[in-house]
Design a protein around this ligand. Structure first.
Ligand code: 13P
Ligand code: SF4
Length: 307
């Protein structure tokens, strides 16, 4: 099938099956183009929870679809390509977290949404890159806070609170390894008037170079509002699709062409069509995990967004 035929067949089936297609801001251009809603992890979680649809086709990675399945077990949540995992989410497990809590019972655990459901169930509250500071500051008491699994987000969040933040040793390979200081400095040299916006999953030295640090959706806002015509983008390449579309007069540059998350790119239009036809691959979370994880997600949804 040609691309246009695939797109119209997907749209036809979405309507017929009372289904909604969500896409993360890093998805392939053609997926974002036909999705009903595009957004960051927080935006998509909030949107999915409010939707009045029988089926949600979640074009993102596994933990994102899982968050929707936790919040709304009555909907059919489909992940079009089962290979779409997140290596950062795999850097923690419920067993490792339980062991750590046993060794240090005073720790309050804040989980970054990029974690498996079983870890979510062992934690006190969730956060995303759009609300981590507000989440940490919403917690009562004075004890230390263990932030799992992203050490870079944890170190960044520590700047906005008096609480002691203990980072877990996880990271996002795409941001941590492929956004390198020499590339950022070279890009700044080539575009001296450009602003640099970066995702908090980047390393602290890269964040030290940034004019603005925010979630992926925060980047659309900043790109529109900032007075510069040129913007260097410290996050995954998929974000360029809408940045260029929404800001035709501005230019956007990645520090390196390698800033790609293979897991975000694995989902194709063919996968979406197959998922819709056969209503596969459904993401479910067993009730004993789901109910506990939902508590931590619901607590987060009460906290306002920062960026
Ligand atoms: P956002 O929530 O900012 O979209 O980030 C999700 C993610 O996976 C970043 O790598
Ligand atoms: Fe996971 Fe990084 Fe890919 Fe986001 S960009 S899904 S954190 S590997």
């Amino acid at each position: 099938m040609k691309e246009n035929e695939l797109k119209s067949e997907i749209r036809r089936l979405l309507k017929k099956k009372n289904a909604v297609m969500l896409a993360h801001n890093y998805q392939r251009d053609e997926i974002q183009e036909i999705a009903d809603i595009c957004g960051d992890s927080l935006g998509l979680t909030q949107a999915a929870a409010k939707l009045d649809a029988e089926i949600i086709v979640f074009c993102g990675v596994h933990f994102m679809a899982e968050s929707s399945a936790i919040l709304d077990p009555d909907k059919k949540i489909l992940l079009p390509n089962e290979e779409a995992g997140c290596p950062m989410a795999d850097m923690i497990s419920a067993e490792k977290l339980a062991q750590r809590k046993k060794e240090e019972p005073d720790l309050t655990v804040v989980w970054y949404v990029n974690s498996p459901a079983a870890v979510k169930a062992e934690s006190d509250i969730c956060c995303t890159s759009a609300n981590a500071g507000n989440v940490v500051n919403s917690l009562n008491g004075h004890g230390r806070i263990l932030m799992v699994p992203d050490k870079n987000l944890a170190k960044h969040t520590a700047k906005f609170t008096d609480r002691e933040i203990v980072p877990w040793e996880g990271f996002c390979p795409t941001h941590h390894r492929f956004i390198q200081m020499e590339d950022v400095l070279q890009c700044k040299k080539e575009h001296p008037e450009a602003k640099f916006m970066a995702h908090p999953e980047c390393t602290p030295d890269i964040l030290g170079q940034a004019d603005h640090i925010c979630s992926t959706s925060g980047m659309y806002k900043y790109a529109k509002e900032c007075d510069s015509q040129e913007v260097i983008v410290g996050t995954e390449s998929g974000i360029l699709y809408r940045l260029k579309k929404e800001n035709p007069g501005k230019s956007f540059f990645l520090p390196s062409p390698n800033v790609i998350c293979p897991n975000m790119k694995v989902t194709t239009l063919e996968d979406v069509l197959e998922a819709l036809i056969h209503e596969k691959h459904q993401i479910t979370v067993p009730d004993e995990v789901r109910v506990k994880a939902k508590r931590a997600l619901d607590r987060m949804l009460e906290v306002p967004r920062e960026n």
